[in-house]
Design a protein around this ligand. Structure first.
Ligand SMILES: Nc1nc2c(c(=O)[nH]1)N[C@H]1C(S)=C(S)[C@@H](COP(=O)(O)O)O[C@H]1N2
Ligand SMILES: [Mo]
Length: 322
């Protein structure tokens, strides 16, 4: 007789509360009790109230049309955004990046622009960013593990950067790589992924107005655990496409290999668009847990950005191109 036994692998990773948030939650509840504050109905207390003594404010950040008001959602607490991370270069637990990334040297930092492009070269980070205005972009981030956040990023539009370097006609894809330095990134001593971490976009995806290079969050310099000094953010795709601590940007005719696809090709494809109708082989993608909330919410097609990006995939089979 066949008995259905729940295997650990049937549980979406979002079901497991990491120790860091659990501890913060207990601390918060204590604080809330002392302050006599109530807990909002339908939601567990957020990890911790935002507090002072953080990184320096970035100067000259302008508003964009992607605001908290236009999104109509509560921002995820700073503490959760910076203590619940995926950054395998610093360990595979959610609280590893915050604990282990403090010593990463993010200045000086340079980015190599390579391949089918008019202005290849190695650019100092400051020169790479300087020609562009810093914008605040409030986006949802939806991890393939079925949790999500709302993050006020500070960044520059990827399309502007690409135009500046002048992709040639045969630049059909853009490939990105993270720093490879096992001395600074202890997780790279373990072969959980093929290092360096690699990601890529089709050039028209990369040119979409939603795609940004993020250099900050909450108006401040990007914390190391969130991908300092510069990381990609593509809010209609699962979080893993948003590659951190980038050192290489290459324009090329062919689809580039990506780290998660190399590690588990059946589970992670090149496109990785948020799609509630295509389940991960080991768990459903229909719902997600917003970090800080108790109840799950339905996952939206393209993470709620269908109006901006659905046209990029017109005529494609989204089950084959997962
Ligand atoms: N270099 C690198 N980039 C990475 C990852 C990683 O392990 N290494 N993890 C990805 C995953 S799975 C997610 S969900 C997001 C998490 O971003 P956050 O920690 O800023 O929330 O980063 C992505 N970028
Ligand atoms: Mo993720």
């Amino acid at each position: 007789m066949l008995i259905k036994i729940a295997k650990p692998s049937d549980v979406a990773p979002s079901e497991i509360t990491p120790r860091s948030l659990y501890l913060d939650r207990r601390r918060f509840l204590k604080t809330a009790a002392v302050a006599g504050a109530g807990v909002v109905l339908g939601s567990i207390a957020p990890p911790m109230p935002a507090h002072a003594a953080r990184g320096p404010q970035l100067p000259g950040v302008i508003k964009s049309k992607w605001t908290q008001e236009s999104l109509g959602e509560k921002l995820t607490d700073y503490d959760a955004i910076t203590k619940y991370n995926n950054f395998y270069e610093f360990g595979t637990d959610k609280d590893d990046p915050a604990r282990n990334s403090g010593a990463l040297k993010t200045r000086p930092w340079s980015i190599a622009v390579e391949g089918a492009v008019e202005k290849p070269g190695t650019y100092d980070l400051e020169d790479f960013i300087k020609p562009h205005a810093l914008e605040e972009r409030v986006y949802r981030l939806r991890c393939v593990e079925a949790w999500s956040m709302v993050v006020p990023w500070v960044g520059i539009p990827l399309a502007q950067v690409i135009k500046r370097f002048g992709p040639r006609a045969d630049a059909k894809y853009v490939a990105f790589e993270t720093l490879l330095d096992p001395k600074q990134m202890p997780g790279q001593n373990r072969r959980v992924l093929k290092w360096p971490y690699k990601e890529g976009l089709r050039i028209d995806e990369a040119m979409n107005p939603l795609a940004i290079f993020a250099v900050g969050l909450y108006g401040e310099t990007l914390p190391n655990q969130n991908g300092a000094p510069i990381r990609l953010v593509t809010p209609w795709k699962y979080g893993f496409k948003s590659i951190k601590s980038i050192v290489t940007m290459r324009f090329q005719p062919d689809e580039p290999p990506t780290s998660w696809n190399e590690a588990a090709p059946r589970e992670y494809g090149f496109y990785s668009n948020v799609n509630p109708t295509v389940d991960h082989p080991r768990w459903s993608q229909a719902k997600e847990r917003r970090i800080g909330d108790f109840l799950k919410r339905p996952t939206l097609m393209f993470n709620g950005y269908a109006d901006e990006v659905a046209h990029l995939y017109a005529g494609m089979d989204m089950r084959k191109n997962y």
